[in-house]
Design a protein around this ligand. Structure first.
Ligand code: SF4
Length: 346
């Protein structure tokens, strides 16, 4: 396992993964926008100009409240958002090739092989009337030119790799016969079936209790080190971000408002939204009767406020914030922020 480094925040000692030197970029989003048409020519603007680079072997955290565009962004990377009716603009480059310009056949080759995704609730991704072993071998056979027997052997190996207890018998189970934690292990095994280069994990532990959550995170971390794949961990939980990622992108209203190495973001957040998210984490020394909360709600993507989209909730907002949207700029080396007053609030 890679070394964890410890930082102190609000009197709490937080372990964050050491940032490893990364190779060249593997996935690149350039000015990506996703909008959904509504009646009367109006649009829901779910993603509004996202620029992001994922390096080979990197572990990137994507954090923000529900509805801020995280899942839509990465479902678009997998081309899981139906377009049309959705309008997806910009570029999504995988190893230099634009996923948005690929044919159905080309994207099917990549999806499930080079880029895979696991979701919060495995039951919605697994076929309830098919044995688990069969589902895994079908995934392997779809992408690999091997025999059924070889695929079955590979399925057994994968179950061992994800520490499935009683692996041999579990292959004959139906999804409903397994607990939530075991079903998530099945999903991870399926995602790793063809040794992907990128794993997109969308809230993979939210539906699990904390002990199982810790086991799944430890498993993902270990598998990443073994396979050298890149992971994008999409979550609203900063504890998970600290545990498994080396760099973080904070999403708000379909934009990245802050991006930094994980340790730096925890130590010196520069955007008021990130400061608010970190302030919501209780520590062992928290004595206040009520936890801190960010007032208000995320804006309706069909009618975003002008200027900085965070201004209605921001305690540092000034007049200019209502008129001018801040652009992303380098606040410190590798630390980017979109706020007019980052230097004053951090
Ligand atoms: Fe707050 Fe203004 Fe910064 Fe937006 S630009 S986060 S409103 S201080």
């Amino acid at each position: 396992m890679s070394q964890a480094q410890y930082i102190k925040k609000n009197d709490a000692k937080i372990a964050v993964k050491e940032q490893l030197p990364t190779e060249s970029s593997q996935l690149e989003l350039k000015d990506m926008r996703v909008k959904f048409p509504m009646r009367e020519g109006r649009f829901v603007h779910a993603v509004n100009g996202v620029d992001l680079v994922l390096a080979k072997g990197e572990s990137l955290g994507v954090v923000g409240e529900s509805g801020c565009g995280k899942s839509v962004t990465f479902s678009s990377v997998m081309r899981l958002i139906k377009s049309p009716p959705a309008i997806i603009e910009g570029e999504i480059l995988f190893e230099g090739r634009d996923i948005l310009k690929m044919s159905k056949r080309e994207i099917q080759k990549i999806r499930g092989k080079d880029i895979t995704m696991i979701f919060q609730e495995p039951m919605t991704s697994l076929n309830p009337v098919m044995r688990i072993g069969k589902q895994i071998t079908e995934t392997i056979l779809l992408h690999e030119n091997i025999s059924e027997r070889e695929a079955a052997i590979r399925a057994r190996e994968l179950f061992k790799m994800v520490d499935m207890p009683d692996a041999e018998n579990r292959l004959w189970c139906y999804p409903h016969q397994l607990s939530g934690g075991l079903r998530q292990r099945v999903m991870i095994a399926m995602a790793l079936a063809c040794t992907p280069q990128i794993l997109l994990a969308d809230e993979p532990t939210t539906a699990l209790d904390v002990t199982i959550q810790a086991q799944i995170l430890e498993l993902l971390s270990r598998l990443q080190e073994k396979t050298k794949m890149s992971i994008v961990m999409i979550t609203h939980d900063l504890g998970i971000i600290a545990e498994i990622t080396t760099r973080v992108a904070v999403f708000y209203a379909g934009r990245i408002v802050e991006q930094a190495p994980t340790a730096e973001l925890f130590l010196q957040p520069a955007h008021p939204y990130t400061i608010g998210l970190l302030g919501c984490i209780p520590t062992i020394k928290t004595t206040a009767r009520r936890l801190y909360l960010i007032e208000g709600n995320i804006p309706d993507p069909a009618s975003l406020p002008g200027g900085c989209p965070f201004h209605p909730r921001c305690r540092f907002a000034k007049d200019i914030c209502k008129q001018e949207e801040p652009t992303k700029r380098e606040f410190a080396p590798q630390h980017f922020v979109a706020c007019h007053f980052a230097e004053d609030v951090s």
